[in-house]
Design a protein around this ligand. Structure first.
Ligand SMILES: O=C(O)CCC(=O)C(=O)O
Length: 169
């Protein structure tokens, strides 16, 4: 099988769906581990509570957030940034569970990013009615690294934009 033919074969398989240059949708990639992942979410958020962060403009986000790993994303009147201590407790964020590191590395590799070692994991809880508007992530230091996003729970609509704000989602 030539590489081109192999890629066409992969594209036809909806469990590995390239959706834009550098971006791949891996449907069902985490489904076997979903329950264990949710149990870990509960353990992490028992230490670093889910909270509705304030935007720099002073509005409460509808999505509740927490973090694990060496760095956690936060937002307040001072802006968006990564911090090593949970601003609610002053303590380090909970460690990222080894199974999450492995899942992220495997998903990244499946999408063409070998040897990924995440140092931050943002946990977003979307209760019915919560939403996040289209945005670009720009607070990271190394844009060569992938972002692995794992979605668990109820079906939800995701908007996926392009490199430019003017690109049609
Ligand atoms: O929850 C998601 O998968 C999207 C989250 C997102 O865009 C973000 O946290 O910046």
């Amino acid at each position: 099988m030539t590489r081109d033919l192999f890629e066409t074969f992969l594209d036809a398989d909806t469990s590995h769906l390239p959706i834009a240059p550098g971006a791949v949708l891996l449907r069902g990639f985490a489904s076997v581990q979903a329950q264990a992942l949710m149990a870990s979410v509960d353990q992490i958020t028992a230490c670093a509570a889910l909270r509705h962060l304030q935007t720099p403009g002073g509005r409460a986000m509808s999505v509740a957030m927490s973090n694990c790993g060496s760095w956690g994303w936060t937002s307040d009147a001072r802006g968006y940034r990564y911090v090593q201590q949970d601003p609610l407790t002053g303590k380090a964020w909970p460690a990222m569970p080894p199974a999450w590191l492995e899942l992220a590395a495997q998903a990244a590799a499946a999408a063409g990013y070998p040897s990924f070692e995440p140092d931050a994991c943002l946990i977003n809880q979307y209760l019915p009615g919560a939403h996040m508007s289209l945005h670009q992530d720009r607070d990271e230091k190394d844009f060569a690294q992938p972002i692995v996003s794992v979605s668990l729970g109820l079906p939800v609509v995701f908007l996926f934009g392009g490199p430019k704000r003017s690109d049609k989602p």
